[in-house]
Write a protein that binds this ligand. Structure first.
Ligand code: ATP
Ligand code: MG
Length: 411
């Protein structure tokens, strides 16, 4: 089975709204094991829409549209679909009553234009809209399935979850199970080199890498007669990947680096404080994203100026003068001064050149020193990050958290 996603709406073409519906649907379809080879965005124009629909059905047996189900004249998805499938639009009484009741409950007047939201191509399966007025619908015809969903994400997403997932699952007697591994500290290219043979070899389960700014994920998806069978298939492939990537895998499923670090700190009852220069609180902010962090995170300082480094952390002005504020020596005095003052088990200091200005040949933009003190022992690492100011700051935070994570698992 494969599907295409079609986002309907001139607003999308003009760039007025971001096509998050397609993104959502693409991810969900991947989880269901339904191949998606093309997305289309198309304006509110019946002729062009019908043409695109015909083309999509030449390639795929399922087309999912979002948008154009509303009451206005430019909402034409159902009308175009009816023509395409050669069907009449028929009033659906239950949907009609639902829509009217929705208006009554909301204290709004039910206008004649709203009635058209209760008309569907003859023989459609109606998908109730519990969060708005326009119901969705499904047409099944000659091995073609067209699923029409409303445009607003807050209506479309619940409708997809409540009605479309069960519908799609029933189309196939196979079950798909996915497991996501999260990787940090190595780029997508490095990871590919280490596991490419596994990715290439597999078709059940499939192994799909996906890189984001902060980390790389690997989704292992298996297909089986039932959940157990699919899960069994994942186990040996996951084991093989774990052997290759080891500690570069920081977690699985819906987690984040800061959640994993937060959990480790809380489990091990290790208190932490931070002293940041170029990241200006981003590192502390990330750590504090973890809901349970209050028992271990004691203090975060933003010591941006040399004076603050001296006054708050006791960094020697002579050190800054001789080696520079961005130097191994300063990072070390920062972290040692930090833990001496806060008394935490762990301290992290950050000093770097985020750019765009301030770089030299010896000390280029992107040069960052991170100091890490654990139970009285401090170390400093030098990094050189590529990218603009924002990227350098983000990468500093990720690398600092990842370094801390790798140290914590050893304790
Ligand atoms: P309505 O009944 O609200 O008119 P509709 O099904 O006719 O719903 P549209 O008119 O096409 O949908 O879009 C309504 C709103 O839904 C848009 O203004 C936009 O905010 C949101 N929306 C539509 N399509 C998308 C999309 N592909 N991604 C994200 N949001 C979208
Ligand atoms: Mg509309």
């Amino acid at each position: 089975m494969n599907a295409e996603i079609m986002a309907v709406g001139t607003e999308i073409l003009l760039g007025d709204i971001v096509n998050t519906n397609s993104q959502f649907l693409a991810k969900e379809l991947a989880i269901l094991g339904i191949g998606v080879f093309r997305h289309t965005a198309i304006g509110d124009n019946e002729e062009r829409f019908t043409k695109a629909l015909g083309e999509a059905f030449e390639r795929a047996n399922i087309v999912i549209t979002t948008g154009g189900l509303g009451p206005t004249k430019d909402d034409l998805t159902k009308e175009a679909a009816a023509k395409f499938f050669n069907k009449k639009l028929i009033r659906h009484e239950e949907a009609y009553n639902d829509i009217r009741n929705y208006f009554l409950k909301a204290g709004r007047s039910f206008k004649a234009s709203n009635e058209k939201q209760a008309d569907f191509p003859e023989g459609s399966i109606i998908l109730k809209n519990n969060n708005g007025t326009a119901p969705g619908c499904i047409i099944e015809e000659n091995n073609k399935i067209m699923i029409m969903l409303p445009g607003p994400p807050r209506e479309m997403i619940p409708m997809f979850n409540e009605a479309v997932i069960p519908y799609l699952k029933k189309l196939s007697d196979r079950v798909f199970v996915s497991k996501v591994l999260r990787i940090v500290g190595i780029g997508e290219g490095d990871m590919a080199e280490r596991i490419n043979d596994i990715i290439d070899k597999q078709n059940n389960p499939t192994v799909a890498p996906y890189a984001k700014e902060s980390d790389v994920t690997l989704r292992i998806t298996a297909e089986g007669k039932n959940e157990e069978e699919a899960k069994e298939l994942i186990i040996p492939v996951e084991k093989c990947i774990r052997e290759r990537l080891g500690e570069d895998i920081y977690g699985e499923g819906n987690t984040s680096l800061e959640d994993e670090v937060g959990k480790l700190l809380v489990d091990k009852k290790l208190t932490i404080s931070t002293a940041e220069s170029c990241t200006g609180g981003l590192l502390a902010g990330k750590l504090i994203n973890y809901p349970g962090i209050s028992s271990v995170f004691l203090e975060g300082m933003i010591t941006y100026s040399n004076e603050a480094k001296e006054a708050r952390l006791g960094v020697n002005m002579e050190t800054i003068k001789s080696y520079g504020a961005v130097s191994e020596e300063t990072a070390r005095e920062m972290v040692e001064g930090l833990v001496a003052r806060t008394g935490t088990d762990i301290g992290i200091s950050v000093t770097g050149i985020a750019g765009p200005g301030g770089g030299t040949i010896e000390k280029p933009v992107g040069l960052v020193y991170v100091g890490l003190s654990i139970n009285g022992k401090s170390q400093v690492r030098k990094f050189i990050f590529a990218g603009n100011r924002e990227k350098v700051r983000q990468r500093t935070v990720i690398s600092s958290l990842d370094w801390l994570r790798r140290e914590l698992v050893k304790l």
